[in-house]
Design a protein around this ligand. Structure first.
Ligand SMILES: [Zn+2]
Ligand SMILES: [Zn+2]
Length: 338
């Protein structure tokens, strides 16, 4: 089969590699679509403890085309979305229900071969049957599963007024998830007018351009602050500004992936005096089925987020789009092997 392989940092090759066979308790999936995400850029750069050579791709959906021994619930021909997190089930973190923090953490497309290939093998337990979606739509189950874990962590109160920084693909998923998880209104801030327009089309209550007038515009909208302030930017400066937009008792969700070395200044007195909560959210934790139910019910729309569908051979181009946020019109780039 053909596969995109990161052979060493910043070197990507499309290679002919042996088609994998499913072992006991595994299924093989013919990849229908695999989403490109910022993590893939980090892997390409050799970060995230990438074990090279590696076939990346952790946002995968496709049709099962081979089933290993001992697989009871799945069969050939089924469209599935893959949860990339492979946990041991036995370590301290797994026993506490924190499988994304497994001490023997493995993941498809991070430590094991992923989905930027014609086929990928996964544990049957990680393959979730999909109804009524295309493979392209179903490939959003993984990033939306991460968003769902963020929502589970955040627990927005019914009727919340929410503020969200960032209307990239993840921000637009988070905005929709907030809308159906208790937020009465979601105000979105982003520098790109087209993204703000898309946010409005997908249900954002207010769209505010990022810039000199942002603080005043937000104060006009909610003079006492927002119940929820979330970000999907990974920009430390944005995170630093978030508490000042929170209402008393407000919750601040740090969702974007900031550089490891980034730090922010936070007033402990402010957190104390105004009953603020600061919430983090890492990866997904059994929340892929929740994401699938949002997708299958049509409550979260992903079609408008797809900006490119590229063959495996053009993965390098997709990583470049990701490397230059704000360059061009790229939102979600999908790799479509066939
Ligand atoms: Zn991802
Ligand atoms: Zn474990």
């Amino acid at each position: 089969m053909r596969a995109a392989v990161i052979t060493r940092p910043r070197t990507l090759e499309v290679q002919e590699v042996p088609t994998p066979s499913p072992g006991p308790g595994q299924v093989r999936v013919r990849v229908g679509a695999a989403g490109v995400c910022g993590t893939d850029v980090h892997l390409f750069d050799g970060h995230f403890h990438a074990r090279l050579p590696l076939i990346p791709g952790h946002e995968v959906a496709g049709v099962i085309d081979a089933v290993g021994p001992g697989v009871a619930e799945l069969h050939e021909g089924q469209l599935v979305a893959l949860d990339p997190v492979v946990s041991c089930g036995q370590c301290w973190a797994c026993r506490r229900g924190q499988r994304q923090h497994c001490l023997r953490f493995e993941a498809l497309g991070l430590t094991r071969p992923g989905g930027f290939a014609q086929h990928v093998v996964a544990p049957a337990a990680n393959a979730h049957p999909v109804r009524g979606l295309s493979a392209a739509e179903a490939s959003f189950a993984e990033p939306l599963g991460c968003v769902a874990w963020g929502i589970v962590r955040l627990r927005p109160e019914p009727g919340s007024k929410a503020l969200l920084f960032g209307a990239g693909p993840i921000g637009l998923l988070l905005m929709q998830a907030l809308r159906i998880s208790g937020a009465a209104e979601v105000t979105v801030v982003d520098p790109v007018p087209e993204r703000l327009a898309l946010a409005k089309a997908l249900g954002a209550s207010h769209a505010v351009p990022a810039g000199a007038g942002t603080a005043d515009a937000l104060r006009d909208l909610e003079p006492h602050g927002f119940d929820v302030v979330a970000e999907a930017t990974g920009v430390a400066g944005v995170v630093e500004a978030m508490p000042r937009y929170a209402a008393v008792g407000g919750k601040v969700l740090i969702f974007g992936v900031a550089p490891e070395e980034a730090t922010v200044r936070l007033s402990p007195y402010d957190v104390f005096r105004r009953d603020l909560s600061v919430v983090g959210s890492f990866s997904l934790n059994g929340t892929l089925p929740l994401a699938l139910s949002w997708l299958e019910s049509g409550r979260v729309r992903v079609g408008p987020l797809i900006s490119h569908r590229l063959p495996i051979e053009e993965l390098g181009k997709a990583l470049e789009y990701k490397e230059h946020p704000g360059m061009g019109d790229a939102l979600k780039v999908l790799i479509v092997p066939e």
